[in-house]
Design a binder for this molecule. Structure first.
Ligand SMILES: C[S@@+](CC[C@H](N)C(=O)[O-])C[C@H]1O[C@@H](n2cnc3c(N)ncnc32)[C@H](O)[C@@H]1O
Length: 564
């Protein structure tokens, strides 16, 4: 009998869910007698091992606080992805020793087990799973017991810190390690821990490295020659300077035979672009398979290219930039408008005077980067996180600001007058929307203003057009570490070519106003596309290719917003 009294309340909760599940699956005996009441299961009954891991993995995730989850990098992998990766990892191989060093709820162990069962092999032979979180290790035990009848006390599932223990030699490491970028890990890992990791993983974990790099090095080092490593990783590992040494090392020791770019929709609350890698330990390869999910593209790339050019140039940029020609009769944006980015200090200064609005129309609503999408903002409709705090309707209290420092308050507020455009600084496409006087644009939004409202409208349309994003990426795409997004900087934006009013006929002005008004009244995809097409025509750019490219770059959740 499991000594369920010694379990903490979270583990008892998962056990209760597992018991409920076991009862509807007719497998209660696999968990043995326990002193916990089952939580009756009313959802669809999971059919396959990975689906059991999915159900119990979600139960575990729900028990972690958001902060804890981010710190641990605990985002569980959807079963379909785990199955795909396991299939790739086992393709043409029968690895005897398999390790997932960050097993979460055990979805990869289940995916390997499922694939082996289909081949008539023992699903559990030589499998090992580790997780630093006792609740995760316990959840994996429950999952494997329910899925394959593994005894609950089997020692193949361990609670340990993979970055501290010795890794055994294996034939396959398959895992989704925590992604903890340097900023976060600075907070989470003290300098001592970082130093210790640098010593232990000198190639994968350097200054500013993502923690995932340490797992890549650990995985490759422990994999026997001829074995494989299959991982879910942040896309940035394909491009960042901090992972350059790791990539160079992999090119020689464990080159990739598959890289699949998955975009940013995999872990909705982590907002990170991900990719799966399959590495061949010690096996020279001639070419690798490169797939991108959205839009779906697939190529076979000669491996030699990874030696001749940075990996980012070969594999990132799943949406190749369309060719654009700068139109004639244009002037730089800086000649037509004032551009300004607030100081980082102002972010905290403003944040201290922000509170939840007590009316639906406060005089100074605050719009933050998370609220800005192309052609619209979501103030009052989407929650905003500002300086670690969530608001339904964030609003600035100018008195509170003035009380803190009247001169500084006056300076900051002077930059926030009148109708302006605001632009997000990190995004997949250029994200720009109009805000009215009184509204406060929180740092790091870039503000663009002009005395001439006609001019502002014309600039707005051109910034929304796919041409602007393509132009920016073609010149400044390298500023973004992943090589895949817009990292907007004022001096770079200032050079953007714009068609000025004198070049535009009166009838066209009226048409533009009509389209912008329609967008303001109802910011849907039809209205946005109408403005974009107007701007492309005005700039003499072909519509079809640029429009398709821009809308394919747009993250799915943004597209959903336009189609509501
Ligand atoms: C991104 S989740 C993946 C979980 C699971 N493999 C899946 O794909 O569903 C990362 C897991 O790694 C665990 N983890 C984080 N740091 C670890 C470490 N140093 N050693 C072992 N596990 C760790 C977390 O507790 C979390 O369960």
């Amino acid at each position: 009998m499991i000594d369920s009294h010694s379990l903490d309340p979270d583990a008892q909760g998962i056990l209760a869910t597992a018991l409920g599940l076991a009862q509807v699956m007719g497998r209660a005996e696999r968990l043995g007698p326990v002193a916990v009441s089952p939580q009756p299961w009313s959802g669809p009954v999971p059919q396959a091992p990975c689906d059991i891991a999915d159900v119990l993995g979600r139960a575990r995730e729900h028990r972690l606080e958001t902060g804890e989850r981010i710190q641990a990098g605990a985002h569980h992998t959807p079963p379909e992805l785990a199955r795909n990766l396991a299939q790739q990892a086992l393709d043409g191989r029968q690895p005897q020793r398999v390790l997932d060093p960050c097993c979460g709820a055990g979805v990869f162990l289940c995916a390997v087990g499922e694939a082996r069962l289909r081949r008539g092999e023992d699903p559990l032979a030589g499998l090992q799973g580790w997780d630093r979180d006792p609740l995760a290790a316990y959840t994996t035990r429950l999952v494997l017991a329910l899925a394959f009848g593994l005894p609950l006390d089997d020692e193949r599932i361990r609670c340990c810190d993979a970055l501290e223990v010795d890794w055994p030699e294996v034939d396959l490491v398959i895992t989704n390690p925590p992604f903890v970028s340097s900023g976060l890990s600075k907070g989470g890992l003290g300098p001592e821990k970082r130093e210790q990791l640098r010593k232990r993983f000198p190639i994968g974990f350097q200054k500013r490295s993502d923690l995932a790099g340490a797992f890549v090095e650990g995985a490759v080092q422990s994999t026997a020659q001829g074995g494989r490593v299959a991982l879910v990783l942040p896309e940035s590992l394909l491009a960042t300077q901090a992972a350059q040494a790791l990539r160079d090392w992999l090119t020689e020791t464990a080159p990739p035979s598959q890289i699949h770019l998955l975009g940013s929709d995999l872990f909705p609350d982590a907002q990170v672009r991900t990719a799966t890698w399959r590495l061949e330990r010690g096996t020279p390869i001639e070419s690798f398979n490169l797939e991108s999910r959205s839009p779906w593209t697939q190529r076979t790339v000669p491996a030699e290219q990874l030696r001749q050019a940075p990996w980012s140039a070969v594999v990132v940029s799943p949406h190749p930039l369309p060719e654009i020609e700068t139109p004639v009769d244009v002037t730089p944006l800086a000649d037509r408008a004032q551009l300004r980015r607030g100081f980082t200090d102002d972010f905290y200064f403003l944040a201290r005077a922000i509170a939840e609005a007590n009316s639906p129309h406060p005089p100074h609503p605050v719009v933050s980067v998370g609220l800005v999408d192309p052609g619209r903002h979501w103030w009052g409709e989407r929650r905003a996180k500002i300086a670690g705090q969530w608001y339904e309707r964030p609003a600035l209290d100018p008195e509170a600001l003035a009380n803190e420092d009247p001169k500084r308050a006056a300076r900051v507020l002077a930059t926030q007058r009148g109708r302006r455009l605001v632009l997000a600084t990190r995004s997949a496409v250029l994200e720009c929307c109009a805000v009215e006087g009184g509204m406060i644009a929180q740092v790091p939004l870039i503000t663009l203003s002009s005395h001439d409202p006609d001019e502002l409208g014309l600039i707005y349309a051109q910034l929304l057009s796919p041409f602007a994003t393509a132009w920016y990426l073609s010149r400044y795409g390298h500023l973004d570490q992943t090589g895949a997004g817009v990292d907007l900087r004022v001096p770079a934006l200032a050079e953007m070519p714009m068609r000025p009013w004198p070049a535009v006929a009166n009838s066209e002005r009226n048409e533009l106003h009509r389209r912008l008004e329609a967008l303001a009244a109802h910011p849907g995809s039809t209205e946005l596309k109408a403005v974009q097409c107007f701007a492309l025509d005005l700039m003499g750019q072909p519509r079809e290719q640029l429009m398709t490219w821009w809308w394919e770059r747009l993250p799915k959740k943004l597209i959903a917003g336009y189609n509501r």
